[in-house]
Design a binder for this molecule. Structure first.
Ligand SMILES: NC(=O)c1ccc[n+]([C@@H]2O[C@H](COP(=O)([O-])OP(=O)(O)OC[C@H]3O[C@@H](n4cnc5c(N)ncnc54)[C@H](OP(=O)(O)O)[C@@H]3O)[C@@H](O)[C@H]2O)c1
Length: 271
């Protein structure tokens, strides 16, 4: 990975930190995107110290804000000539309904809108750097969600798992639709479930016995980012480094296209 530049969001803890560390250990230049500058700098120093690779850069952005995502993309384009791997990893699972600065349900904003907008704004850079890979850290819990077009922002009804599930299902629809649009470009896009992993995301304490380490949780992201085995593979969902099936509704292309059009509108992008 020595000549590769990789960007990963939410890289100051958990799966993101270990994915960034794994990429740095393989010699890549790694751009970590974190919302908290102190935590981000601590992670950067930690990765450099543990890998001996000092090509680790920190960019600060709160991905719940669409303006911050636009600023982040502009910074990336002004500072880097190439981008080979883009990993959308930042995530959260709040117990109560929270809103983004733009007025969207927070998980929908961070998991789906930021992923959609950042990819869109960096797509030219990825295409000129091709072969390039986009990796969407989704979740098996997309199976608990449906795209509720009548209440996308969970105003009428909010449940932690259903809202989290909806936002992760949105990422999977997006993965499938983007892969179609990227055919013939040498830019691939895949989604994944990292496993049930002991991180800060907020599982109840009793579950800790059943959870994998963050290092193990980073394996599928690292596999998709680096392995020759997935060269050219696109539009798939991986669990445990293997292609897996997603929920039945995730294959509904009409839903995917409807969501795509709405997302463009929400992100202020031209159709
Ligand atoms: N852990 C699991 O079992 C599991 C299972 C399936 C999927 N996932 C997914 O894996 C990904 C990584 O999560 P994790 O389990 O490693 O949890 P984590 O330790 O809580 O890491 C989440 C990362 O996302 C960052 N983040 C949250 N909101 C952000 C925002 N608005 N802007 C920028 N960064 C933000 C966090 O930053 P702060 O430290 O500043 O909060 C943190 O760096 C998430 O997408 C999650 O949904 C996890």
């Amino acid at each position: 990975m020595k000549d590769k530049t990789c960007l990963i969001t939410g890289a100051n803890s958990g799966i993101g930190l270990e994915t960034a560390r794994g990429l740095a250990a393989q010699g890549a230049r790694v751009i970590i995107v974190c919302r908290n500058p102190e935590k981000g700098e601590a992670a950067r120093q930690d990765i450099i110290a543990s890998t001996g690779n000092d090509k680790v850069d920190l960019l600060v952005a709160d991905l719940s804000s669409l303006d911050a995502v636009r600023e982040l993309a502009a910074q990336v384009k002004s500072q880097y000539q190439q981008l080979h791997v883009l990993i959308h990893n930042a995530g959260l699972m709040p117990k109560k309904r929270e809103m983004s600065a733009d007025g969207y349900e927070l998980q929908f904003a961070v998991h789906h809108l930021a992923t959609f907008l950042l990819t869109d704004l960096l797509l030219d850079l990825l295409k000129t750097s091709a072969p390039a890979r986009i990796i969407n850290v989704a979740s098996m819990m997309h199976k608990m969600g449906k795209i509720n077009f009548d209440d996308l922002q969970c105003e009428q009804k909010f449940g932690t798992y259903s809202a989290y599930g909806q936002s992760k299902l949105a990422m999977i629809h997006y993965t499938y639709d983007l892969a179609e649009k990227l055919k013939g470009t040498d830019v691939t896009v895949n989604a994944l479930h990292p496993g049930a992993v002991a991180t800060n995301i907020g599982f109840p304490g009793w579950m800790s016995l059943f959870l994998a380490s963050p290092e193990k949780g980073a394996r599928t992201s690292l596999f998709l980012a680096t392995s020759p085995a997935v060269e050219g593979v696109s539009g798939q969902y991986f669990n445990n480094c293997k292609v897996a099936k997603t929920s039945k509704v995730s294959y509904d292309r009409a839903d995917g296209q409807r969501l795509w059009a709405l997302t463009e509108e929400m992100c202020g992008l031209p159709a």
